[in-house]
Design a protein around this ligand. Structure first.
Ligand code: FES
Length: 165
């Protein structure tokens, strides 16, 4: 018996089902489904995992396995409305990426992977964002911030921006 859904909305389920024809089987929908839920909730709580599993006809452990394979998904609490990935790979590191990360964490009073008390910003170290020409760079939701200085990054991250999808 499928338990009552309390986290996944009809819209989320409709989005998941709309993708089904593009995938060879229901299991292959696991990652897209996690992204759909994460885009709405900014995290994927355990109950959502159980509900995704019910929608896909999988065991909750199978969905949880996929979720925990990727550092991308938060489970305990939502990430900030702005989620900033600060690149720390070699090109960015050589051009001050480590200092950038340190500065942003310090000025916002949070450790790496932390979220500000008001929930407006999460700062996470990231591996190469594929934009080495613009090092050091940051991915803030869907916006690539190029050639960042600590001051420019601070100002950029205060600007309102669309939620990542
Ligand atoms: S090393 Fe930072 S974008 Fe490639």
């Amino acid at each position: 018996m499928i338990a009552q859904r309390t986290i996944l909305t009809d819209e989320m389920v409709a989005k998941i089902e709309a993708l089904a024809p593009r995938y060879p089987n229901r299991r292959a929908l696991t990652l897209p489904a996690l992204h759909i839920v994460n885009a709405e909730l900014r995290h994927v709580p355990l109950q959502a995992v159980a509900e995704i599993a019910a929608v896909l006809g999988l065991a909750p452990a199978e969905v949880q396995d996929t979720l925990t394979f990727y550092e991308f998904f938060h489970q305990e609490k939502p990430h900030g409305t702005v989620r900033a990935f600060v690149c720390r790979s070699v090109s960015c590191a050589l051009r001050g990426g480590d200092h950038l990360l340190e500065h942003l964490c310090h000025t916002n009073g949070i450790p790496p992977y932390g979220t500000t008390v008001d929930g407006s910003l999460t700062i996470e170290p990231a591996e190469c964002l594929g934009a080495c020409d613009f090092a050091p760079c940051i991915l803030a939701n869907d916006d690539l911030l190029k050639n960042m200085t600590p001051e420019a990054a601070e100002a950029e991250l205060k600007k309102p921006r669309a939620r990542a999808t």
